[in-house]
Design a protein around this ligand. Structure first.
Ligand SMILES: [Zn+2]
Length: 86
């Protein structure tokens, strides 16, 4: 299960579970407006809220670890900047 420890985001594969909004069995993320575990489709239905929650979750993250390798956080700020560029 992906988790955040201090400044590090540890990305791990996640087993499919029941979405807390639509009930679909899918890979979930804790990006619901009120912290619910939700599927990708539900996240996209309320994209602004999802981005806001995601941004809050990762605001202190400096490092991403995936498959035991450290990745510098270059992608995440771009996600947050999306839509602010105009
Ligand atoms: Zn859902």
């Amino acid at each position: 299960m992906s988790r955040i420890q201090g400044n590090t985001f540890i990305a791990e594969p996640q087993p499919a579970e029941k979405c807390e909004l639509c009930g679909k069995i899918s890979e979930l993320r804790p990006y619901g407006e009120h912290g619910e575990n939700i599927c990708f489709q539900c996240g996209m239905e309320n994209e602004e809220a999802t981005k806001f929650v995601f941004g809050n979750l990762i605001k202190d993250v400096k490092t991403v670890v995936r498959n035991d390798r450290e990745i510098t956080v270059l992608v995440l700020p771009n996600v947050l900047q999306e839509g602010k560029n105009e």
